[in-house]
Structure formats: structure tokens, C-alpha cells
Design a protein around this ligand. Sequence first.
Ligand SMILES: Cc1cc2nc3c(=O)[nH]c(=O)nc-3n(C[C@H](O)[C@H](O)[C@H](O)COP(=O)(O)OP(=O)(O)OC[C@H]3O[C@@H](n4cnc5c(N)ncnc54)[C@H](O)[C@@H]3O)c2cc1C
Length: 367
Amino acid sequence: MTSSDFVEVLVLGDGIIGLSCARASAARGLATCLVGRRRPGVASAAAAGFLAPTIDPTSGAALTFMVEGRERYRSFVDELRAATGHDIPFALDGILRVPGSEREAAALRASADAASPWLDPAEVIELEPALHAPYGARHHAADGMVDNQRLLRALEEAIALANIPRLNAEVQRIRMAGPLVSVAMDDGRALRCRYLVLAGGAWQPLVEGLPRHLPVLPLRGQMMSLVGSPVTRPVFGFGGYLIPRPADRQVMVGSTSEAVGFALGTTDAALTRFRDVAARLVPSLARADEVRTWSGFRPMTYDGLPIIGPDPDNPAVLYACGHSRNGILLAPITGDAIAALAAGAPSPHDLSPFSIARFPASAAPIS
Ligand SMILES: Cc1cc2nc3c(=O)[nH]c(=O)nc-3n(C[C@H](O)[C@H](O)[C@H](O)COP(=O)(O)OP(=O)(O)OC[C@H]3O[C@@H](n4cnc5c(N)ncnc54)[C@H](O)[C@@H]3O)c2cc1C
């Protein structure tokens, strides 16, 4: 590409959100280019892969979007399989929430409903024989999981197979150029585009020239994986969770939520706690060998909801960032929504809860 290059859609960011947006906009026939440079701590590779809109649910149109996001996965994995031949481990056969005390059990039982019924201990054993759930468990029956590491690889391959240009570069600066946006990269190249999609995860606010304050902060999450696959579905309990990776014969344990800036790494305290959570939920995991430990940065907003849609003053800038704890869940549906907007069509989903206009346009002064 030369310095005078123009594309209709430039997607900044090569995590799951950027990949999904680039794929969807190219599928609409828009000339699309993906620019990204992977940093250590990229959230999409670090994540657990829950598809869990009904665990600690939001409400109203935001909840509807999250549930639609979960359901979109059914066709999304089929599309990726058809495009790449990759079978992405994915299941919507429930998530269990295991209480650690009578008191917690009473609260979970009281909030159970038709979509997430209460199971007594015998019913839990029928579903998950290795699980220790002496009080029973709540079953979020329609939620599930996806192997986000394999999903990421399949999406990357789909982008390559569709011949979508992908530049391994750092976007340093953006500038409004009339109705277009000009994007400057660290290798001296510049591109102009009709739509710029901001999908840079926790690092997005660091780009110079953004039209307004972008309230996205890194929230570190630590993880651990152990040998063995004693459960078939994800389980929450004892302040942590297990999520199986049967294709690797492993189970992942997580997580933490730490405001430590971009400090990557794990701590002894967190890893000890993960060991404890794993052993309490599945006693046989007490002796399981550790495979690896890691951490990553969730792109957090103040309200935990993503920022999706056009900038109010510069509609050529489309936000697709701040997906907080639900970026895996929302990647396919975010791609659909952004691609529709870039094609000049209305979004197929109500994006009103996700407008950046819900935040102040400039950063509040520190007093
Ligand atoms: C431990 C952990 C567990 C999680 N579990 C779940 C879960 O179970 N379910 C769920 O739905 N979500 C989960 N999440 C959240 C989810 O991972 C994120 O919301 C999602 O991955 C965000 O994707 P993204 O593409 O926006 O950002 P990222 O995956 O971080 O990708 C952003 C990319 O853009 C690149 N980039 C940024 N700025 C620039 C620039 N200026 N120039 C070039 N490249 C740039 C970065 O280097 C990076 O490669 C979890 C997150 C963590 C950390």
C-alpha cells in the first residue's frame, strides 16, 4: 500500500472484535483493511470463553443484545467452519453456579427461574459426576462457552482466506480529514478511510487524535490451566470458575479483576486461590498438574457495557471497544452491527445502550 491509499473501512485492532468487524464488513463487499499489532496481554487470547449473558445479567436492551449475541454464535461457528474447515469447540448446554454455603444456596435458589432452574445435589451429579455440590446448583441452562483461542485462530484464517489486507503496524494518530479519516502508522505509512473502526481493546485510548475522551481502562485478569477435563460445562463457585477445554484435555481456572494499569503477570496469591477454587469444586483437581498461567487486560468501561456505534460529532469514526467482561460473547454481533453501519444501513440491533454519548466528552479533571 502507498501513502495515498484509501479504503472504505479501516479496522484498528486485531483482537476478536477487530477481526470480527473486518470480516463482517468485507463480507458486505466493503473494501476493508485491518491494522493491528498484538501486544502481550491481548484480552481475546487471555479470556475464558464464557458465553454467559444470564450470569450477573444486565437489563433492558443491553440484555437483549447480549442474549442475541449468544444466539448469534450458532451460525457464526458454522460460517467459520465453512470458510476455514476449523471446528471450533462451542456449546450452549448450560453453566452451573455452585454455592459454598447454605446461605448462598438459599439466595441462588430464591433467584432461580425457568431459564435458570435450581438443581438438587442428585441432579447436579447426574450432569457433572466429578463436581462437589453438596447444596445443589443453579443451572443457567441456555448459556455456554466457546474455545476463544481456537476461535481467534479460525477468524485470523478466515481473514487471510478472504484476502482482507492485514497490516502488522501500530496506529499512532488519527486525524479528521473532511468526511474522511486519516490514520498514521509507526512505519510512516498513512491511510485514509471513509469509516474508521476503533477496536483497539484496552489500548484504544492511547491513540492520538481521538474525537473525544474514551473511558476505557485495563482491568487485569489472571488465569491458570490444569491437566484434566473433569467437567463438561463451565462452573462458577467459591469466588472463581472452571471452564473445560476438552480438545486440550485441560481445564482453565480464573480469574482476578485488578486495576494495575498495564502490568502483566500473575501473583502467588491468585494462583493459590485458583488451586483452592479448583479443588473445592472438583476434589480430584487438587492433584492436577499445572499447564500454564497467564494474564490479560479486559477493556473496561465504567458501566461494564461496550461502546458500539458512531461518534456523535464525527460519524466516520465507529466505536467497537470497551467490551469489558463480554467481548468474546459480543464479538460476532458487534461485527454485524458495525458492518451494517459502515454499509450505510441501520444496525440490525438496538445499540442505544452502547452509545459513547452516555459518557462525558472530556475527561473529568482530577481534583
Ligand atoms: C482473564 C480474562 C477472562 C475473560 N473472560 C471472558 C469470557 O469468559 N467471556 C467474554 O465474553 N469475555 C471475556 N473476557 C473479556 C474479553 O476477552 C474482551 O472483552 C475481548 O477480548 C476484547 O477484545 P478486543 O478485540 O476489543 O481487545 P483485545 O483482544 O485486547 O485486542 C486488541 C488488539 O488491538 C491491538 N491494538 C491496540 N491499539 C493498537 C494500535 N494503536 N495499533 C495497532 N494495534 C493496536 C492490541 O495490540 C490487540 O492486539 C475476558 C478477559 C480476560 C482478560
